[in-house]
Write a protein that binds this ligand. Sequence first.
Ligand code: SF4
Length: 89
Amino acid sequence: METGKKEENRRHCLKCLLREMDKEDYMDNLYDYIQRLDADIKADQALYEERLSVCKECDYLESGMCRACGCFVELRAAIRNNQCSYGKW
Ligand code: SF4
């Protein structure tokens, strides 16, 4: 029970900086955030996958980040009205 409570607290640390989180917590938070995006701003799954497939072929992609804009491409692609800085999607 205590472990479950601890897990819950770790997943919802809204005020932690990246340097204050361990890598696993950070990734959990990132994916939780994407999942919890409001439906009215979130890209549908087909659009999301289409965008990520473009990023996967792009020279600016490095370790999940776009070197052109500095964002995490999975987060940028998840928001319907976002655009690629280089007009690739
Ligand atoms: S957002 Fe655009 S520039 Fe950045 S990695 Fe994706 S396709 Fe490339």
